[in-house]
Design a protein around this ligand. Structure first.
Ligand code: SF4
Length: 330
């Protein structure tokens, strides 16, 4: 049996602001807020096909801690029943940095919440303001301190290609988020969705989203940065489905985006190693962990084709190397 999480989308009912890029209805693909019965149904469906005791019941979307208190507790109570029975490991929520207080964290802890993700998006106040986030970088820092002090698993979410941001800004955001010692991170290249401030700016020619190539190059660097600091990147790019396709206007939205970024990292590792070892032979043997062969070869063998194009004949040896470890012999 596989281990799975149950994810429920709670639309932006609690959001005190409307971020430039957000059309929550489009992202969640669902307008009606879930009820306790919906939680029960989703959990029962999951339990009927999988062993979930290592999984979580997750409430995503919106600002979970800013929704109506009674409604929030009604969802949590239902989820807690399953956590108390040991059928799930815990409850995961996502929320805004300015919707965290000690009182709220005590409440979440009481109801079995184990992981909290903060939608940070940027750590640059100018970018946050341009994108109408309604909070500052300092709010992120304060919320992170509180969440960690209360002992929750802590996750951060950031975006690339935001209105007014650039690669340097995104890398600085990642560095600042890393300094908060999160356990996990999610990275989302900006997608322009219909009925958003960003779609207006895009159509007026005031905003240009990243192209796939630019986003992949930057996100490959961000992946490495988080990896080097022992922070798991649990999501890269928006999920497919959820009706994003219907509201899509422009930006980076590719079902295999993470694979594309991982492959770039492996190609860079190989080329760096060839240069470092000063390998002159055109016949090269690359050793890689067996779980990472497809990332080394790239989508549709793109990396092998690139190496062939550079004149290398490649053979691959598989072993137990960990992620991002390779060795090249000439
Ligand atoms: S805080 Fe999140 S859900 Fe609310 S408007 Fe902004 S992006 Fe949308």
């Amino acid at each position: 049996m596989k281990h799975i999480n149950v994810a429920l989308f709670v639309p932006d009912m609690g959001c005190p602001h409307r971020c430039s890029f957000c059309n929550q209805k489009t992202i969640s693909g669902k307008v009606v807020p879930p009820t306790a019965e919906d939680v029960e149904r989703a959990v029962q469906t999951a339990l009927s096909s999988a062993d979930c005791n290592e999984g979580e019941i997750a409430f995503f979307g919106g600002s979970f801690t800013a929704i109506d208190r009674e409604y929030m507790l009604c969802l949590l109570k239902k989820a807690k029943e399953y956590v108390d029975k040991g059928l799930f490991k815990g409850i995961r929520i996502s929320t805004r940095p300015d919707c965290i207080s000690d009182e709220m964290l005590d409440l979440l802890s009481f109801y079995g919440v184990s992981s909290i993700e903060l939608g940070c998006q940027s750590m640059n106040d100018r970018v946050l303001s341009l994108n109408k986030r309604g909070h500052t970088a300092e709010d992120v820092v304060k919320a992170a301190e509180k969440i960690k002090k209360h002992g929750f698993e802590f996750g951060v979410q950031m975006m690339t290609g935001l209105f007014g941001d650039n690669d340097e800004g995104a890398l600085e955001t990642a560095e600042k988020l890393i300094s908060l010692s999160p356990d996990t991170a999610r990275i989302y290249p900006t997608v322009v969705l219909e009925n958003t401030e960003l779609s207006r700016l895009y159509r007026e020619g005031k905003y240009q989203p990243q192209c796939l190539d630019e986003a992949a190059e930057l996100c490959a660097k961000l992946l490495m940065l988080f990896h080097e600091n022992d922070i798991r990147v649990i999501r890269l790019g928006l999920h497919s489905g959820g009706n994003v396709e219907e509201g899509f206007v422009a930006g980076v939205y590719h079902p295999a985006f993470r694979e594309i970024c991982e492959s770039r990292i492996y190609l860079r590792l190989v080329l760096d190693e060839i240069e470092k070892k000063n390998i002159e032979s055109t016949d090269i043997e690359i050793t890689v962990g067996r779980r990472f062969v497809s990332q080394l070869t790239g989508q549709k063998k793109s990396n092998l084709k690139k190496l062939n194009g550079l004149g290398f004949k490649v053979s691959i040896v598989q072993n137990d190397f960990e992620k991002y470890k390779i060795s090249v012999r000439g």
